[in-house]
Design a protein around this ligand. Structure first.
Ligand code: PLP
Length: 444
């Protein structure tokens, strides 16, 4: 154990020290280079060390870094809100800025509750969410999260919001098979609403593609159309948690566009700043804002650093960079290439049961037997072994286990920066294949 006092994720693990980053690569202080195959925590969308972002940071810092949002607005914050509204095609024309994805989903909860209060419907103040989901680590966000491992320690403090099965067709929690199942997982939302009573429910929250709790678990065509129909039927706001899927990551500006429905509120984070500053946002539709604008005219949420000019300027530069380099389209095109390569790789390996996801948000699930699926015992630590082997060879991939089948199951996310080239994808997949192969042999 090192003798510093920084609380790291694992206290007795000797982490390498990061020294610098360039494009899809990170370098440590021992001179080792890593391919960032997961953009850190699916965050560094435009890659590391982009000079334009450093310039924008410097230019804004020379003007003003911080001004409190209750005393001033700022040009970068106004411009960023305009830009996000443009990206959404006006569907969510209001932005509330926060500092993390957890704050973005909690703010979504608060705005949903306030929306109903301002309409005189104070009892609509509860939420429904899905098992096998992650919406953040703060108490409200964790209450909505269905990731059992992350909830476990704090159960007495949490609300029981997860009550609906995930649309996890590879290993259906309802033991059904798609197509032909009538999407019972979506119908469960209606059952849940009726059990609790729609008069008590403010909103339903879901990640368009399930990230950290499942490894890019992607619902079938028609799923979100059905979810939205049920939400509308019972006057329940649909909140899309696009913290991971948003702003190009899933090959569209917003992940939910794959299903062609419009949520009422959208939470963003991660790719919004591409990791260059802690910044996130809750985007809100005119419909949700209307009673607030007519009523109290103030949102009861916010943080000291909300909408600070420095972070807003950085995010604006990130979105400008994405537009200039056409990165949403590249994520779609190169994502298809990466998907194909991972599928080919899976055929050569015995323990990759599923390749899934969209755009540049892809997942692999590991199974003892691809025909009967099964689940590796948690004690074998298969995901951790794959990650360690890849890490040793200079490739970073992201763990997404812990949500599958309760608390077990092994999956990883492969989500490199959107700027990755086909040649770099080939190198990434080659290292990943060697790493998985070694674990497969070790498990024999
Ligand atoms: N929502 C989703 C879908 C996430 O994947 C995450 C983080 O992984 C969060 C919310 C929480 O974001 P943060 O870690 O920035 O608080």
């Amino acid at each position: 154990m090192t003798d510093t006092h920084l609380i790291k994720p694992i206290l007795d693990y000797d982490y390498p020290t990061v020294a610098s980053g360039q494009g899809i690569y990170l370098h440590d202080t021992d001179g080792k280079t890593y391919i960032d195959g997961c953009s850190g925590a699916v965050t560094a969308s435009i890659g590391h060390g982009v000079p334009e972002i450093v310039e924008a940071m410097k230019a804004q810092a020379e003007k003003v870094s911080f001004a409190y949002r209750s005393q001033f607005t700022s040009e970068p914050a106004e411009a960023l809100a305009r830009k996000l509204s443009e990206w959404s095609g006006g569907r969510w024309s209001w932005s509330f800025f926060v500092n993390s994805g957890s704050e973005a989903t909690e703010t979504a909860m608060k705005i949903a509750i306030q929306h109903w209060q301002e309409k005189g419907r104070d009892r609509k103040n509860r939420f429904i969410s899905r098992w096998m989901s992650y919406h953040g680590i703060t108490m409200g966000a964790l209450s909505m999260s269905g990731n059992i491992l992350r909830r476990k320690r704090f159960i007495p403090l949490l609300e029981d919001y997860p009550s609906v099965s995930a649309p996890y067709c590879y290993r259906c929690p309802l033991k059904e098979a798609h197509p032909g199942c009538g999407m019972k997982c979506a119908q469960e939302l209606e059952t849940s609403i009726l059990r609790i009573g729609p008069e008590h429910i403010a909103g339903f929250i879901a990640e368009p593609i399930i990230g950290a709790s499942g490894g890019a678990v992607t619902p079938p065509e028609g799923y979100y159309q059905e979810i939205k129909r049920i939400c509308d039927k019972y006057d329940i706001l649909f909140i899309a948690d696009e913290v991971m899927t948003g702003l190009g990551r899933a090959g569209k500006k917003f992940g939910i566009e794959h299903w062609g429905v419009d949520p009422d509120i959208v939470a963003l984070g991660k790719g919004m700043s591409a990791g260059y500053t802690p910044m996130a946002a809750t985007l809100v539709s005119d419909k949700v804002m209307e009673p607030i604008l007519k009523g109290s005219k103030s949102i009861m949420a916010g943080h000291t650093y909300s909408a600070n000019p420095q972070s807003a300027a950085v995010c604006l530069a990130v979105l400008d960079y994405m537009e200039k380099h056409d990165l949403v389209r590249k994520a779609e095109e190169n994502g298809e290439y990466l998907f194909g390569k991972l599928q080919e790789m899976a055929k050569r390996l015995e323990i990759v049961g599923d390749v899934r996801g969209k755009g540049m948000l892809l997942g692999l699930e590991f199974v003892p037997d691809v025909r009967t699926k099964g689940i590796f015992p948690l004690s074998l630590g298969v995901t951790a072994r794959v990650i360690k082997r890849a890490f040793d060879k200079g490739l970073l991939v992201y763990p997404a286990s812990g949500g599958i089948d309760g608390a077990a199951g092994d999956a990883i996310i492969v989500s490199p920066p959107l700027i990755i080239t086909p040649e770099q994808i080939d190198s990434l997949v080659s290292i990943l294949e060697k790493s998985i192969f070694e674990v497969q042999e070790e498990l024999r």
